[in-house]
Design a protein around this ligand. Structure first.
Ligand SMILES: Nc1ncnc2c1ncn2[C@@H]1O[C@H](COP(=O)(O)OP(=O)(O)O)[C@@H](O)[C@H]1O
Ligand SMILES: CC(C)(COP(=O)(O)O)[C@@H](O)C(=O)NCCC(=O)O
Length: 313
């Protein structure tokens, strides 16, 4: 475990995989390989060893944070001389397109819900708050999907602040990756969970001056990190895998690419979307938020987490 370079004090604790995995202590593995298979994103090679060595220490740490939040609430209740109602503990999960945020988030939802203290864990992804394609086209920003301006930021902040304030239930829109658009008339209902996980590219973005951002409501945040060249490769590989699977569905927005493009054209298409959209968004908007995360999980080329950085509290 190190705490800085060249003796310079750092606000982070840096841990190697070996140091991190020892922090699992006696946390049990509450997951079968079949269950993990169902949570795994397309082309994400995660296995039970990764869950045991990386995600169980994280699940243990998060459980400790949730408990200490309860302790803090008791302190404030004592100070005010009146009970303070518990509100959901909110966790943000940020990182690039194709870095594996969805697998991390779905896995955490399952692991955290298996602690007896907080059985109800909800997961929302910020794509629910993307403007519909019709609005993006009208504004001339269809090629900026995933950039901060492609989201209804106020609606997202309204939702998270209402959940933090204890709203009994809240309906949010649903985004379909298959249709590449917000689904008209569909909604996801979030009912006062013990823990809410909010996953998305830009969740750690600082709000405009004088306004609140979603990250203002986070009790803990995680940035899933990897080298840009590795994520590019994962994006390209995943696009090839999608071409063989999701794109063959006639409802897929990208259906024509399943048949029309040969291997070379598919590679060129994937490289272009990566370079012109996702890499620019990563470098200019997402990476600069990494330093704001409570915890950074750094993946190597094989997707395995090799370094963990925890912010000092
Ligand atoms: N065009 C697409 N068609 C179907 N599914 C997709 C498409 N693009 C991405 N997905 C799926 O959507 C999920 C979220 O992807 P993404 O936003 O890149 O985040 P991450 O890879 O970090 O989880 C992944 O499970 C991915 O497989
Ligand atoms: C839908 C996304 C913006 C991710 O949204 P998030 O849930 O992270 O807010 C992203 O997966 C995406 O589709 N980006 C557009 C460029 C592309 O097709 O790769």
């Amino acid at each position: 475990m190190t705490s800085g370079w060249d003796g310079v004090p750092s606000p982070y604790v840096e841990l190697s995989r070996d140091a991190w995995r020892a922090l699992r202590e006696n946390t049990p593995l509450p997951l079968t390989s079949g269950e993990l298979e169902a949570l795994r994103g397309l082309r994400d090679p995660i296995d039970l060893t990764e869950v045991e060595e990386v995600y169980l220490p994280l699940s243990r740490l998060l459980n400790l944070f949730v408990q200490s939040d309860g302790g803090l609430r008791d302190t404030v209740s004592g100070f005010l001389g009146e009970p303070v109602q518990p509100t959901p503990f909110i966790i943000g999960v940020a990182g690039s397109v194709a870095v594996g945020k969805s697998t991390t988030s779905r896995l955490l939802r399952t692991l955290l819900a298996r602690w007896p203290e907080h059985p109800s864990v909800e997961l929302v992804t910020t794509d629910s708050f993307l403007y519909p394609n019709a609005v993006l086209s009208e504004r001339g920003i269809m090629d900026r999907k995933g950039f901060p301006e492609s989201y209804d930021r106020r609606a997202l902040v309204r939702f998270v602040s209402s959940i933090k304030a204890g709203a009994a239930e809240y309906d949010i829109p649903v985004y379909s990756h298959l249709e590449y658009d917000v689904v008209p008339g569909a909604s996801q209902t979030v009912r006062r969970p013990d823990i809410l996980i909010v996953e998305g590219l830009n969740v750690l973005q600082a709000p405009p001056a004088g306004q609140l951002g979603v990250s203002d409501f986070f009790d803990f945040s995680i940035y899933v990190d990897a080298r840009v060249e590795d994520i590019r490769q994962w994006y390209v590989d995943r696009l090839f895998a999608l071409r063989r699977t999701a794109f063959t569905d006639p409802r897929s927005y990208f259906h024509k690419y399943a048949h029309e493009l040969d291997e070379d054209e598919t590679a060129a298409f994937a490289q272009r979307i990566w370079r012109d959209v996702n890499e620019i968004n990563l470098v200019s908007n997402i990476l600069p938020t990494r330093a704001r995360a409570t915890l950074v999980l750094h993946k190597d080329r094989d997707h395995a987490v090799q370094r963990v950085r925890l912010r000092r509290i």
